[in-house]
Design a protein around this ligand. Structure first.
Ligand code: BV8
Ligand code: ZN
Length: 255
């Protein structure tokens, strides 16, 4: 079902659910003014993410790749969690278990208050030396030369994110698969669903019997496995769902 409003079945399924999982992509952070990858806004539209977010590009032109990442770090440092992130964090007061599986590297789910977050593609606020693995915070990095060099061994420092052609952190991926398998309701939120193996997580949820709800202003390849696709923005649809859920759970007393 593809709809612009929230159908009753969403509330029926949520009211009997125990475990909720949410798979998120760049779209949930769009309303925090962080450009998505494949949208048409943002200063880096002339590059495809695959061209910059890969190790060879980094080794060939570490300065250019670092210019892209330091520009994104600055945008992310100024960004705030939006009502979509906060609604997901609020779900933890309603359900026994809420697990967030994110492709995003912006740390906004944790900053919104979510306590169980699996980061499939790393976290832009962490950096490490490619030679000796010494870790660096952004403060240490952004105040110095670009590309940053390791003070211990002189090696190149890189952002702690998963680039194209690189394996995802095994522990995070395994935990995300398990969350998908155990979820009663599985949200797919603000993702184009084209980057693998991350995009296999919603499929695992579906084939494990979860009720799959997609929220996105447009349909995606995941629409065909979703039970409901709500054509809308997460920053408004998720708070509406949580608001209505709270009143259902408190027996309809309006807060
Ligand atoms: C891997 C971190 C095994 C970095 C990212 C050839 C060689 C090697 C691999 C491949 C290959 N061909 C294909 C592959 C696999 C490849 C892949 O999937 N490529 C795609 C492009 C086809 N995957 C990999 O390489 C992965 N590793 O396979 O390892 C391996 C190892 C060695 C050799 C072979 C295989 C690693 C993938 C991870 C890449 N890193 N990010 C960084 O961020 O800088 S991916 C990047 O894309 C981000 O993580 C992002 O989250 C992710 C997915 O994009 P989305 O989040 O979905 O964002 P997008 O902009 O696409 O969509 C936004 C959506 O939001 C839209 O639908 C829009 O409508 C919606 N939206 C907008 N506003 C709102 C909204 N929704 C709701 N509300 C709104 N307000
Ligand atoms: Zn080093």
């Amino acid at each position: 079902m593809i709809t612009e409003t929230i159908p009753q079945i969403v509330y029926d399924k949520l009211s009997t659910a125990r475990v909720i999982a949410a798979f998120t992509g760049a779209g949930i952070s769009a309303e925090s003014n962080i450009p998505t990858f494949r949208g048409d806004e943002g200063i880096w539209t002339k590059f495809k993410p695959e061209e910059l977010a890969n190790f060879d590009a980094f080794m060939k032109n570490p300065k250019l790749v670092w210019e892209w990442y330091s520009a994104r770090k600055k945008i992310i440092h100024e960004a705030q969690p939006n009502p979509g992130h906060r609604a997901l964090a609020e779900l933890e007061n309603i359900f026994d278990e809420v697990i967030i599986v994110t492709q995003n590297i912006d740390n906004l789910h944790r900053r919104a208050g979510s306590t169980c977050v699996h980061e499939l593609h790393g976290n832009i606020e962490r950096n490490y030396c490619i030679k000796c693995s010494k870790t660096y915070t952004d403060d240490a990095i952004l105040s110095g030369e670009i590309p940053p060099k390791c003070e211990k061994c002189g090696g190149l420092v890189r952002p702690d994110v998963v680039w194209f052609g690189e394996f995802l952190p095994q522990d995070e991926f395994t935990a995300s698969e398990e969350a998908a398998q155990r979820s009663d309701v599985f949200f797919s939120l603000g993702t184009s669903g084209i980057v693998y193996p991350a995009a296999s997580i919603p499929q695992i949820a579906k084939y494990s019997g979860a009720f799959v709800i997609e929220i996105n202003p447009e349909t995606t390849p995941l629409t065909e496995i979703a039970d409901v696709t709500i054509l809308g923005k997460t920053g408004s649809v998720l708070p509406e769902i949580v608001h209505r859920l709270r009143s259902i759970k408190t027996g309809g007393k309006q807060d």
